[in-house]
Design a protein around this ligand. Structure first.
Ligand SMILES: *[C@@H]1O[C@H](CO)[C@@H](O)[C@H](O)[C@H]1NC(C)=O
Ligand SMILES: *[C@@H]1O[C@H](CO)[C@@H](O)[C@H](O)[C@H]1NC(C)=O
Ligand SMILES: *[C@@H]1O[C@H](CO)[C@@H](O)[C@H](O)[C@H]1NC(C)=O
Ligand SMILES: *[C@@H]1O[C@H](CO)[C@@H](O)[C@H](O)[C@H]1NC(C)=O
Ligand SMILES: *[C@@H]1O[C@H](CO)[C@@H](O)[C@H](O)[C@H]1NC(C)=O
Ligand SMILES: *[C@@H]1O[C@H](CO)[C@@H](O)[C@H](O)[C@H]1NC(C)=O
Ligand SMILES: *[C@@H]1O[C@H](CO)[C@@H](O)[C@H](O)[C@H]1NC(C)=O
Ligand SMILES: *[C@@H]1O[C@H](CO)[C@@H](O)[C@H](O)[C@H]1NC(C)=O
Ligand SMILES: [Cu+2]
Length: 202
């Protein structure tokens, strides 16, 4: 029993550090899971090489390592935003239940934020909460009105049920090396279902 508890809590801690990963547009700096609790994942300075991004009809793709979470996007037109005060809501917070990929639309032109226009430099910050506090990743962009929504095979939402999420998470792992985290997620899921079975027997 004592061993089970220890394994449970160490599994929890590992999953807590897995969090989420911004896949598109390319984040500012390589994701550091432990720094995601900080503004822009701990990267304080805007990248000098910005991604071209549609003024309207863009999308954001993340990979969630938590099941059941809230996500939203805030935007700043400052060249080098340094504070949450510099940001305005661009995509209202919404919830999603499944681990794995979530790809959702973002229309920056429709935010009505002053300074958002063709050629403008902006920073978007993804705000995510999977139950262990707010987490952040940023992407530095140059808006382009001639680009249109690009939806392709990797812009898809995980719809798997809890029993197959670890498969979907490993299948979609790309820019970040999260094989170890996926394994831990599986361990926790297994422990949770064992715990669930144990509970239901009581
Ligand atoms: C956008 O950012 C790039 C890179 O930081 C900079 O060279 C360029 O002057 C900026 N453009 C505008 C319109 O501010
Ligand atoms: C910016 O440059 C860094 C370092 O060369 C690179 O790793 C990153 O992919 C580039 N980002 C974009 C959006 O081009
Ligand atoms: C960003 O927010 C900080 C803190 O409120 C403020 O001092 C600064 O002027 C803001 N920068 C811009 C460009 O709005
Ligand atoms: C927008 O994208 C087009 C096509 O890639 C490019 O020719 C143009 O220079 C871009 N505009 C800006 C403001 O970067
Ligand atoms: C951006 O919004 C303005 C109105 O606010 C509209 O005139 C313009 O066509 C929009 N641009 C794009 C690329 O959607
Ligand atoms: C397809 O979408 C992904 C984001 O989900 C992006 O990283 C990739 O560049 C896109 N591919 C093309 C060809 O646009
Ligand atoms: C994924 O789900 C979100 C939230 O329900 C939705 O806005 C988005 O359009 C979906 N993406 C795809 C590719 O179906
Ligand atoms: C990913 O991590 C695994 C386990 O630590 C390692 O074996 C593998 O080489 C890594 N792959 C990359 C691309 O870094
Ligand atoms: Cu987490």
């Amino acid at each position: 029993m004592r061993f089970t508890s220890l394994a449970f809590f160490s599994g929890l801690l590992t999953v807590a550090s897995a969090h989420f990963a911004l896949q598109y547009p390319e984040p500012r700096g390589i994701r550091v899971a432990d720094d995601e609790v900080n503004f822009c994942d701990g990267y304080p300075t805007a990248a000098s090489n910005r991604s071209q991004f549609p003024l309207s009809g863009g999308f954001v793709s993340i990979e969630s390592h938590h099941q059941g979470y809230t996500v939203g996007v805030i935007v700043s037109t400052a060249q080098n935003p340094s504070s949450f005060d510099n940001f305005t809501t661009a995509v209202d917070y919404f919830t999603y239940e499944q681990t794995g990929t979530l790809c959702f639309p973002i229309n920056l032109n429709a935010t009505g934020v002053s300074g958002i226009k063709d050629g403008a430099n902006v920073t978007i910050q993804i705000v995510y909460n999977g139950g262990d506090g707010n987490l952040y990743q940023c992407a530095d962009l140059t808006l382009n009105s001639t680009l249109t929504s690009v939806t392709n095979a990797t812009c898809a939402n995980a719809t798997d049920t809890a029993t197959s999420t670890s498969t979907s998470a490993s299948a979609t792992a790309s820019t970040t090396n999260n094989s170890a985290q996926t394994f831990s997620g599986f361990s926790l899921a297994a422990l949770l279902s064992v715990a669930g079975v144990a509970m239901s027997l009581l």
